[in-house]
Each structure stands twice: as C-alpha cells, then as structure tokens.
Design a protein around this ligand. Structure first.
Ligand code: S3P
Length: 172
C-alpha cells in the first residue's frame, strides 16, 4: 500500500499525511525531509547552492526511490507533480490524492508559517497572493491529474480515509 499526498505549499500534506499514516498503521515519509537527509542539506541550501533545476532532479530521484517502498504515506513537495513524469509515477505506483485548497486559505497559511520556503520567502501578502494565483494557473492542471481529489478548505483525516477506501479497490 502506497499513498501520495500532493498539492500546493501549505495545503496540509505533511500534517494530514502523518495522521493518515498513523490511523492506517503505515510509515510516513515527508519527501522534502527525505531529500534533505539524503543530501545533508536543507531545501533552502539546495536551492541556494545548486539552483532549482538541480533540486528538481534530486526530488525526482528521491520520488523514484520512495515509489518502491511498501506501506507508506508520502507527503510530496508542492512542485513534485509538475516536473518530469512524476505525476505518472505516483498514479502508477499508488493512490495519488490531491488536497485541493482555495488560494485564499493557502495564502493565509503561508503567511502564518512565516516560512523559509525558497519560492515564497520574504513576500508581502499582496506579492504572495499574486504568486499563489499565478503558480496555481500552471500547477493545477498537473495536480488535477491525481487519481483522487479532495476539495475542501478543511480537509480532515476522515476525508482522506474515504479516499483511501476508494483507493483500496485495486489502485494501490
Ligand atoms: C516547493 C514546495 C516545498 C519544497 C520546495 C519547493 C514547491 O514543499 O519542496 O520548497 O515548488 O512548491 P512543501 O509543499 O511541502 O512546502
């Protein structure tokens, strides 16, 4: 059994993924943490030192690696489905679930996180609002290729469990 959670930064992949893994008795992998552990560098360091293209290659390699692990819930980084054949890898090797959250809620969460994410670091509310809307125009078509889509600004572990039950019908 393999489940992937995908969606924009701040949609709750890590929090919900961890909870889902616990409920289902599966292992939890945060792909960003996996990349950091493998390369002994933080994501911001990788962006800074090697650039985004290099990060995407590392991300792709790590995705391929975890796509062979059994009994896992994988929280992926927000860009994963949009590069290489990553979305196909996920759809073919597990249940890929898109957490579809409104841009307004994403902006609030990202502002609250006051985060270190390289792509949104240091942005004002107005800049972040524009950026999230712009990026979603490009990214949503990839996210929407996920086999399962959960649309709600308050996605819960039970919503995800429902998708999991559906996924149980031969998809994973
Ligand atoms: C990224 C999202 C981040 C991380 C990197 C790039 C993106 O992960 O992989 O900063 O391109 O959306 P989260 O979605 O977990 O924040």
């Amino acid at each position: 059994m393999r489940i992937y959670l995908v969606g924009y930064m701040g949609c709750g992949k890590t929090t919900l993924g961890r909870e889902l893994a616990e409920v289902l008795g599966l292992n939890f992998i945060d792909l960003d943490k996996f990349i950091e552990a493998k390369h002994f560098k933080t994501i911001p360091q990788i962006f800074e030192e090697f650039g985004e293209d290099n990060f995407r290659q590392k991300e792709h390699n790590c995705l391929k690696e975890v796509s062979e692990y059994e009994d896992v819930v994988v929280a992926t980084g927000g860009g994963v489905p949009c590069f290489f054949d990553n979305i196909d890898i996920m759809n073919h090797t597990g249940a890929c679930i898109f957490l579809d959250i409104s841009p307004e809620v994403l902006v609030e969460r990202l502002l609250k996180a006051g985060n270190e994410r390289p792509l949104v670091k240091g942005k004002t509310r107005a800049e972040l609002t524009d950026l999230v809307h712009e990026m979603l125009v490009n990214r949503r078509p990839f996210y929407l290729k996920s086999r399962y889509i959960v649309t709600s600004d308050n996605i819960t572990t039970s919503d995800l469990l429902a998708q999991f039950m559906e996924a149980g019908h031969g998809q994973t």
